[in-house]
Ligand binder design. Structure first.
Ligand SMILES: *Cc1c(COP(=O)(O)O)cnc(C)c1O
Length: 859
């Protein structure tokens, strides 16, 4: 029988236990073990059986138990301490208040299509969502005033199970918002707060707004499953990354346009400061820039700006982070679809459709005129943009060079901030306790000092903790295996072997990631016989714990999973290689600490950053990885191993063979011998040395708090600064817009007419000074509108200037007809082929880079 209506009855807590409701109402519990202890003490069995979900726990615990707790002085004291700690966490001054409050933004809106915060709020599919969750948590820890904006999906992402044959099966459990750790945003009169978006040919789309408290950070989640919406509108937030282009476009309009409207409603109702900076985590939320332009061009109060002025205001305060180095991973829509949705009287009255279409046009070599590209719009609507590792920044500058064709890759205005992970979420409590026992302070701003404590912990203590963590993983994995085999149709009697699957004393290698083809899930089984020998080695065996989901529409990925599952079904090796279905936060948390080695073998350079290896490192796992993403940057020769790559080899099969062989060699000759080289006390001292070095060298770097500080200092605060200059009365923005228009119009007349140099003889030597005089025609522009630059560097074999440096020449004399002479000099400071040229680029203090306008004049 199906219910005609469902709802969840919220428990009423006795007055003495009301603090339990406060603790459950803030997701900080999810990274605060002491608060989890309180919930566990409520009812240890229920805590486990509800999947460690405070809201479910409090809904399930009986009246009698609650009355008992209300009279239990020890429990009440524990509760009081936890509640007071939360209060102090929420209200005290933290890093941002101490260091950045003057210059930093009053608030930042952080938009993402997914947020992975805790297993009990499954609103993520993988790395992008986990990163967004870690970003919010680290912002909270640092006191950075972020407000998160996302969608509430009724089904979240799918759960993965296996068929008998090892084929991925997907299910989409329905989430009941009443049972989630979120609350509905209401107007003062108690009505639910709603936002609306006009859609073509139908009524307005309505969405309600849920709020999740992520420590100090509110996260707004929009939900279209509301009364008043026709059924097909209710389905807009049905599931993450489901449906066709039109479905996705609607979701992205809701996220970007609806997200800004939700932020406005939230500020209006709660008095929260309006964001000064808007950050879009990947291109999906890019429409937020258009909504902000609409706000400024049709403002009901305040000045109404023209499109170009509004664009400057919006751009200055927008940050765009790109996450994919794979062109196929970029979000694109048919242009006709965008036209249909944004034409007259669409959701953005006053914003001309031609301007919108232009923003997303691939008007560069190799571009497709029929598509609307969200990343391209992202770059045009955001003055500041970044990739997520040094290498990915480099790859992105190459990939999007077409938007700034006049400039070399190195000057493309896309910077890098390497991702990080939220240690309190991902590091096993036992690891923190080891450091705490040596007096290290987990809450200190000085991460170097904290991780340096690794030197003080004895090898024996580290090693027994690692064994304990390995043991926990083994127990968890066996439970998961048994459950999975029951689902696959095995009888219990057939499953005795699972009791001895995996061994807490064996070198454990973890490998968990989406089954995207570039991640090469099956590289390790390239030579099954050799793999078998490694697994079954009589003295130095290894065991593999593998997990990962394939996209529901990706049969290729499912085939890879099936290949791995079939291999791990082999009775000869099934105790040493296991595939655990349904990789998610709940599985990941015991997985990383339980592994000795974290394996990562993507096809370089397709892993933009990768974060799982960072989580392993913080738990004393050693990375065994291709030099891609973050590992390319921070591998130092002794904090793990680099799998050599055959970058130049075009034949993919051959490349995979070479790289797989290198991987087997490393495991056989380096990794396993070191792990099993024990001293008299049974401690592998050389391994522990490497582990200590990993904690010290990587610990401070891979943190999400380091990442969020970088975002604040390199992007958020400068963006807020620019925005303030432009916005005080919008005169700055109007001036900038007018200046750009004037410079673009005048640019065809700009030329480098003639360059003279002196000071360098026929046989130049290091230390000589090259002086240059450049005669420049500026037409109607003035010397203040431009920089005249002496660009110098090394000449490579193709006769191109590389490793260039720039000297700005100063105006020395002006002549009739808009002609000027610019002078300057450069010291020749190294030997070899040297070359230079002179160029003119636009100059304005409000630009972030010479390349921003994409125009240049060369001789
Ligand atoms: C960390 C994490 C990821 C992302 O890992 P990558 O190394 O970026 O692939 C994905 N899923 C879960 C559950 C994670 O914890």
């Amino acid at each position: 029988m199906r219910a005609i209506r469902r709802f969840t009855v919220r428990p009423v807590l006795p007055e003495a236990l009301s603090a339990l409701g406060d603790l459950a109402g803030n997701l900080r519990w999810s990274w605060h073990p002491e608060t989890q202890d309180v919930f566990e003490a409520v009812d240890p069995d229920l805590w486990e059986s509800t999947g460690r979900d405070p809201v479910k726990l409090l809904g399930a615990v009986g009246r009698a138990r609650l009355d008992e707790l209300a009279a239990d002085a020890t429990f009440l004291e524990m509760l009081r301490v936890a509640r007071a700690d939360l209060e102090a966490y929420l209200t005290g001054d933290r890093w941002f208040q101490r260091k950045e409050a003057g210059s930093g933004p009053r608030a930042i809106g952080y938009f993402s299509p997914e947020f992975g915060i805790t297993a009990v709020l499954p609103q993520y599919s993988g790395g992008l969502g986990i990163l967004a969750g870690d970003h919010l948590k680290a912002a909270s820890d640092l006191g950075v005033p972020i407000v998160g904006v996302g969608l509430l999906y009724r089904h979240g992402y799918f759960k993965q199970a296996l068929s008998r044959e090892g084929w991925q099966q997907e299910t989409y459990p329905v989430l009941d918002p009443d049972g989630l750790p979120i609350s509905l945003l209401r107007e003062e009169n108690g009505d639910r707060a709603l936002i609306t978006i006009a859609l073509p040919g139908g009524p307005d789309l309505l969405a309600r707004i849920f709020v999740a408290n992520v420590g100090r950070v509110p996260l707004l989640l929009l939900d279209t499953d509301v009364e008043g919406n026709p059924d097909h509108y209710r389905d807009v937030t049905d599931r993450l990354y489901g449906g066709n282009s039109e479905h996705r476009l609607r979701q992205e309009m809701l996220l970007g346009i609806g997200g800004v409207r939700a932020l406005r409603a939230y500020s209006r109702i709660t008095g929260h400061p309006a964001p000064e900076v808007f950050h879009t985590n990947e291109g999906h939320a890019g429409f937020l820039g258009l909504e902000r332009i609409r706000e400024l061009t049709v403002a009901e109060t305040g000045p109404r700006l023209d499109f170009d002025t509004a664009l400057e205001v919006s751009r200055a305060s927008t940050v765009f982070t790109t996450h994919t180095p794979v062109p196929a991973g970029i979000d694109r829509f048919p242009k006709t679809l965008v036209e249909q949705y944004f034409s007259d009287a669409g959701p953005l009255p006053g914003v001309p459709i031609e301007r919108i279409l232009t923003l997303g046009t691939e008007d560069y070599e190799g571009g497709d005129a029929a598509v609307f590209n969200m990343a391209v719009m992202g770059f045009r609507l955001a003055q500041r943009a970044n990739g997520v590792s040094q290498l990915h920044g480099h790859v992105s500058r190459g990939m999007f060079n077409g938007l700034w064709p006049a400039f070399d890759e190195a000057e493309v205005p896309i910077s890098s901030i390497t991702n990080g992970v939220h240690a309190p979420t991902w590091v096993a409590r036992e690891m923190f306790d080891l450091a705490a026992a040596e007096g290290a302070d987990r809450d200190s701003d000085d991460a170097d000092a904290f991780w340096a404590a690794a030197d003080k912990v004895s090898g024996a203590a580290i090693w027994s903790t690692k064994r304990e963590l390995r043991q926990r993983l083994v127990v968890d994995a066996r439970k998961r295996l048994a459950k999975s085999w029951e689902k696959r149709g095995a009888a219990r009697a057939e499953l005795g072997w699972i009791d001895t699957a995996l061994d807490p004393g064996v070198l454990t290698i973890g490998f968990a990631r989406r089954a995207a083809s570039y991640k090469r899930l099956t590289l390790m089984m390239r030579d099954p016989a050799r793999l078998k020998r490694l697994l079954l080695h009589p003295d130095r065996p290894v065991q593999l714990v593998i997990a990962g989901k394939a996209h529901p529409a990706d049969d290729g990925g499912k085939k890879l999973i099936q290949d791995i599952v079939r291999l791990s079904d082999d009775p000869e090796i099934r105790h040493r290689i296991v595939f655990l279905p349904n990789y998610d936060i709940a599985m990941a948390q015991p997985l990383y600490p339980g592994c000795d080695v974290w394996l990562n073998n993507p096809l370089r350079p397709y892993e933009a950053c990768g974060t799982s290896g960072m989580k392993a490192a913080l738990n004393g796992g050693l990375n065994l990885s291709v030099l891609d993403g973050w590992w390319d940057e921070w591998y130092d020769g002794s904090n793990g191993w680099a799998i050599p790559t055959a970058d130049g080899v075009d034949d993919i099969d051959h490349r995979d063979d070479l790289e797989a062989t290198a991987l087997y060699d490393l495991i056989e000759h380096e990794v396993a011998p070191r792990f099993y080289d024990l001293d008299a006390d049974g401690v592998p001292t050389r391994w522990v040395e490497m582990l200590r070095h990993t904690l010290k060298s990587l610990g401070p770097k891979v943190l999400a708090t380091r990442m969020v500080r970088d975002y604040v200092r390199q992007l958020y605060s400068p963006a807020a600064g620019n925005a303030r200059l432009l916005n005080s009365d919008y005169a700055g923005a109007a001036e900038l817009a007018a200046w750009k228009k004037r410079v673009r119009a005048g640019w065809p007349a700009v030329r480098v007419e003639h360059v003279e140099s002196s000071g360098v003889t026929d046989a130049p030597e290091v230390g000589d000074v090259l002086s240059a005089r450049a005669f420049i025609g500026l037409g109607d522009l003035s010397p203040a509108d431009v920089d005249v630059q002496l660009v110098h560097g090394v000449i490579n074999s193709e006769d191109d200037l590389v490793d260039t440096r720039i000297e700005t020449l100063a105006v020395a004399e002006s002549y009739e007809g808009g002609r000027h002479r610019f002078d300057g000099s450069v010291v020749l400071d190294h030997s070899g082929a040297f070359g230079y040229t002179v160029r003119v680029v636009p100059h304005n203090d409000l630009l972030t880079s010479s390349a921003e306008l994409g125009i240049v004049a060369l001789p």
